[in-house]
Write a protein that binds this ligand. Structure first.
Ligand SMILES: *Cc1c(COP(=O)(O)O)cnc(C)c1O
Length: 402
């Protein structure tokens, strides 16, 4: 028996597990800041796969890298060396100042690797210390250890028993971290800006103080730059704004600009995996590493990050202006990772109204909108987004006051 799935049957008859409510549209094509659905409707995309499509949809440099590498070698097996992963590891190490690199396929997998590496280091150099301090509100991924690491309320407890070895300290409070460190602590792990929590920034100077604290107390500093890294905040890494280098770093999302690529990086002295400790079928993958090289080349090309800063400032200014006009809350974030506080739980209604007008937005919390456009978004696209957002807000408010 065969059946065809109709467009508007996606939610009821799809064979996919139903995990979140989605609009009925089926996306079929993307270019730059725009997506098209099967009906030919066009959407201006300010979500970009949650900050994943760093260069927008289907960028030519990524198409070319995929095409060329796919014609040479798609997968040799992690048992053998391949040129793209060797070259990309060297280039990423040079760009980040962290000399040891492990490539995998998702952010959660990179964070699992970071947790394992820290525990191994603790076993070897710190008398078996293994506890990792993370921050309240944090999000580190959806595997069991990454969920336990996350400080998002109720998240770790969803699939008991919770993986032990994590404690959460108050966000933005150095003294709270200092109090939580004891002989059994091996590392502090955090996001420079909490993305999923709603673009929650740390106080100025916090990362520098935390770097000094972790050095003084002999524990590792692990930065999860899966969302903030790869140019998103206007520097290659967000920690560069504070002149801080972590002991362990994780990258994903923007590093592959849409292909499943992630990286775990470490200082030489911390890079202590022994043979058999770490691996995976899709590690050091030539196809995704070839893309990673092309993306890094683009992000570090002349003037690219300066343009991210300029576009970020423009978007921020426009959002502040809109907030003033419509009496909304604050605008926060850095570079092209920004959030607008709506001062009321209007998020879902605004996202829906914007979708109907051909604009894709994200509301990580009911009173908040998060903006993660392509890093090469144009000024015109920013202005177009603002005008559709403004109309969508007015519509959502009118509906609410009825
Ligand atoms: C998205 C994200 C993750 C998880 O990455 P996946 O690729 O979805 O596993 C982890 N940490 C942060 C900060 C993220 O934004």
């Amino acid at each position: 028996m065969t059946s065809t799935v109709e467009l508007n049957d996606t939610n009821t008859t799809s064979a996919l597990m139903q995990l979140t409510d989605k609009p009925d549209a089926i996306m079929v094509r993307g270019r730059g800041s725009y997506l098209w659905d099967e009906r030919g409707r066009r959407y201006l995309d300010f979500v970009q796969g949650w900050a994943v499509n760093a260069l927008g949809h289907c960028p030519e440099v990524v198409q070319r890298a995929l095409h060329e590498q796919a014609g040479e070698l798609i997968n040799a097996s992690p048992a053998y060396h391949n040129r793209p992963s060797l070259a990309f590891a060297a280039e990423l190490a040079a760009a980040t100042g962290l000399p040891r690199v492990f490539f995998c396929a998702s952010g959660a997998e990179a964070n699992e690797g970071a947790i394992k590496l820290a525990r191994k280091w603790g076993a070897l150099h710190k008398g078996g210390a293994h506890e990792i301090i993370t921050l309240e509100g944090s999000f580190h991924g959806r595997t069991l250890a990454a969920m336990a690491a996350s400080g998002k309320p109720g998240f770790a407890e969803r699939f008991p028993p919770v993986m032990p070895g994590f404690v959460h300290a108050a966000h933005g409070d150095i003294a709270a971290v200092a109090r939580a460190i004891h002989a059994g602590t091996v590392a502090v792990m955090l996001e420079p800006i909490q993305g999923e929590a709603g673009v929650v920034c740390l106080p100025d100077g916090y990362l520098r103080e935390l770097r000094a604290l972790t050095e003084a107390r002999g524990v590792l500093l692990i930065l999860d730059e899966i969302q903030t890294g790869m140019g998103r905040t206007g520097r290659l890494l967000a920690c560069e704004h504070e002149g801080v280098r972590p002991d362990i770093l994780t990258l994903a999302k923007g590093i592959g600009a849409g292909v499943p690529l992630a990286a775990l990086l470490a200082r030489e002295t911390v890079s202590c995996f022994a043979p058999g400790d770490q691996g995976g079928t899709y590690t050091q993958h030539p196809l995704t590493c070839a893309v990673g090289r092309a993306v890094l080349r683009e992000l570090t090309s002349d003037g690219f990050l300066e343009r991210v800063v300029a576009r970020g400032e423009r978007l921020q200014q426009r959002l502040v202006q809109l907030s003033r006009e419509q009496q909304l809350g604050s605008v926060r974030g850095q570079g092209l990772l920004l959030a607008l506080d709506l001062a009321a739980p209007l998020g879902p209604a605004v996202v829906q109204a914007a979708f109907d007008r051909g604009l894709l937005l994200n509301s990580p919390r009911p009173e908040l909108l998060r903006f993660m456009p392509a890093l090469n978004v144009s000024e015109d696209e920013i202005d177009e987004m603002l005008s559709v957002l403004s109309a969508s807000l007015a519509q959502a408010r009118a509906a609410r006051s009825q």
